[in-house]
Design a protein around this ligand. Sequence first.
Ligand code: SAH
Length: 359
Amino acid sequence: MARRDLSDHFADLIRNFGPIPLAQYMAEANAHYYSARDPLGAAGDFITAPEISQMFGEMIGGWLADTRARAVAAGLPDASAAAYVELGPGRGTLARDALRVLGMTGGVPRVHLVEGSPALRGAQGDLLAGAQFHDDVSTLPEDRPLLVVANEFFDALPIRQLVRTADGWREMTVALADDRFVPAPGDKPMDAAVPAHLRDSAEGTVVETCPAASAIMRELSERVARQGGAILAIDYGHLAPRTGSTFQAVARHERADPFAAPGTADLTAHVDFAALGEAGQAGGLTVTGMSGQGAFLMALGIGQRAGALARANPSLAGDVLEALKRLVDPDQMGDLFKVIALRSPAWPEGAGFAAAETA
Ligand code: SAH
């Protein structure tokens, strides 16, 4: 279905059956958006941490290698056979850089990629020979521990919004006004779906949840609890729960109107890390820690790595330091982006959170 047809399809649906849930709009728009293109890089719509510098994937690889080595040392021999699993691997850049480090420190693991986009599967396959693809987490291997990574994956999953109106709580839907898509509260009471402590919030308050993120985290966590392993998720979002809409669109490196042209811009929302942690615990995992991306990468030694890269390539030193700043500075990605690590209760605690914030 072409992009023009997606707008037509939504418009037909809304005219015939009434407004559609925001989650449905976001899910279908992003499935279209990602299916046919590579949105990453200067010529695309946005840039992610692994595309900024190889140092990002190397730090993640170091964290995974250390986690694996600690588990082997703790008497869990099957840890050495753990598979590398990545959710939404983009161009495969993070995996390539992380696997290089894993390969130098105990062996290259089998690679399993959960990726919905045929276009991006092509790019990932070019970079990661032998990787196996999965439509969702249900088909991941069951016979070994899993080392799971997700960078900017959960922010692309469909959110549900509940909004407090003068008549009580309603689900946010997408309606048509003069042939344009607009957000509009639905007509069914949704008060019972709102946590009790939020029900008396002021008119206009929005409670955002991501049922898909919680469901995927729960299912993965049950696997990791049973099979062993750890999960590392990085995304932009907040560590403590909040209210308010964070639904947004980015196209050509600029904020865009998420309702203007569905399927042509990346639709995202802030990730609720507290909810990810709860889903992980409900699935049987231990939360090792939560932190800002900057503090996490610095604890893993990205500063030293940048110094070594700069010394080895003096002509690139400026670029390396620029990339370091982008990844860790509090006014760049360092604070806005957060990290959560979870592990099987049988596995030892991983690195990177000693001096980190937890709220
Ligand atoms: N992790 C990469 C790419 C981030 S973009 C990086 O950091 O550069 C989001 C990624 O998630 C893309 O690979 C996209 O195709 C994938 N994705 C989005 N929604 C998905 C879904 N529901 N199922 C599987 N993959 C999805």
